[in-house]
Design a protein. Structure first.
Length: 94
């Protein structure tokens, strides 16, 4: 096994550990920041009325999670496409 393969396996193991550790050993309520902020506002100022309403309200939290994941994937793909274009342009200039 070459040094590059060992590095790849170590990196893959690190990623698996970073994903698995919180799922297996961290106990708690994984609530979103928006929900926490809303609860805090209600606690600090019970008579507060929101001045804006959501444009689109998903039917369930699963759909909301799906849309959030889609948005993240679209953003990551766009950034990857841009960096790939820069990389290829630089490679062609050499």
């Amino acid at each position: 096994m070459s040094k590059g393969q060992k590095t790849n396996w170590l990196l893959l193991g690190g990623v698996v550990l970073l994903v698995a550790w919180p799922l297996l050993f961290v106990k708690g309520d994984f609530e979103g920041a928006d929900a926490q902020a809303g609860e805090l506002v209600k606690e600090l100022s019970p008579d507060y009325t929101p001045w804006a309403e959501p444009v689109f309200e998903p039917a369930s939290s699963e759909i909301e999670s799906l849309l959030f994941a889609f948005q993240a994937a679209l953003g990551a793909g766009t950034i990857g496409f841009i960096f790939g274009g820069y990389h290829e342009r630089r490679r062609q200039q050499r």
